[in-house]
Design a protein. Structure first.
Length: 209
C-alpha cells in the first residue's frame, strides 16, 4: 500500500474550511488552492537531498546547503490540477512542467485521456502529480500509469481532498506512489462526488458550470 500523508497543519485546515464554503467565490477559491498547494509543497519536498557548498556572505566565506542536483517535474492533471501549479513553481522555479488531460465520462465515471505532454527528460526527474481532488482514483491512477511509461525517478501524488475509495484505488494500483492530501473525507455519493468535499474543483477554480 502507498504511504499516505494527511496534513493537519492549522493554516492548511483553516484555509481548507474557507475553500469548502459554497459562498467562496472563484477569485478567493483560486487563491486558496494556490496557498494550500504551496504549504503542501513545503512538506512534500522535505526528503529532498542537500549538499554542502561554500559561498561568500558580505562578511566572510561559509558553508551552506543547496539541493543536491535533484531534478523535479510537476504534472497537473487538466484542468483542475493547473490550479495548484503556479504555487508549486513559486517554491521550485527550476522544475519542468508536463500536462496530462483526462476527463471523467459522465455515464461510466471512468477517465478518458485527451492530452499528454511530458518533459523529454522526465526519466531523470522526480515527478509530482497534481490534482485537487482524489475521488474515484481513476484519473490519478491512469495519469500515473502514463507517466510510468517514461520511467521517472519517482512519483508523488498531491491532492487537497481525498475520498477513501480513491485512496484505496490509487494505493492498490500504484503502491510505490506516496500520496499527500490536506483532508480525507467521508465517502463518494452516487454521482462519484466527494462528501462533504467542495463541489467540482475545476468549475470553482475557473468560474464555469
Amino acid at each position: 500500500m502507498s504511504k499516505i500523508t494527511i496534513f493537519d497543519h492549522p493554516l492548511i485546515q483553516h484555509k481548507l474550511s474557507i475553500l469548502r464554503d459554497v459562498n467562496t467565490g472563484s477569485k478567493q477559491f483560486r487563491e486558496l488552492i494556490s496557498e494550500i498547494a504551496m504549504l503542501m509543497c513545503y512538506e512534500a519536498t522535505r526528503d529532498l537531498e542537500l549538499e554542502e557548498v561554500e559561498i561568500n556572505t558580505p562578511m566572510c566565506k561559509t558553508k551552506a546547503k543547496k539541493l543536491a542536483g535533484r531534478k523535479l517535474a510537476f504534472v497537473p492533471i487538466l484542468r483542475a490540477g493547473c490550479g495548484m501549479l503556479d504555487a508549486m513553481l513559486e517554491m521550485v522555479p527550476a522544475a519542468k512542467v508536463g500536462h496530462i488531460g483526462l476527463y471523467r465520462d459522465e455515464e461510466t465515471h471512468q477517465p478518458v485521456e485527451y492530452y499528454n505532454k511530458l518533459p523529454s527528460d522526465i526519466n531523470e526527474r522526480d515527478v509530482f502529480v497534481l490534482d485537487p481532488m482524489l475521488a474515484t482514483g481513476g484519473s490519478a491512477s491512469d495519469a500515473i500509469s502514463i507517466i510510468k511509461k517514461s520511467n521517472p525517478r519517482s512519483i508523488k501524488f498531491l491532492c487537497i481532498i481525498a475520498a477513501p475509495e480513491g485512496i484505496e484505488v490509487l494505493s492498490n494500483a500504484h503502491p510505490d506512489v506516496q500520496i499527500f492530501c490536506a483532508a480525507k473525507d467521508s465517502h463518494l455519493n452516487e454521482n462519484c462526488y466527494i462528501i462533504p468535499g467542495l463541489g467540482d474543483a475545476g468549475d470553482r477554480i475557473f468560474g464555469t458550470k
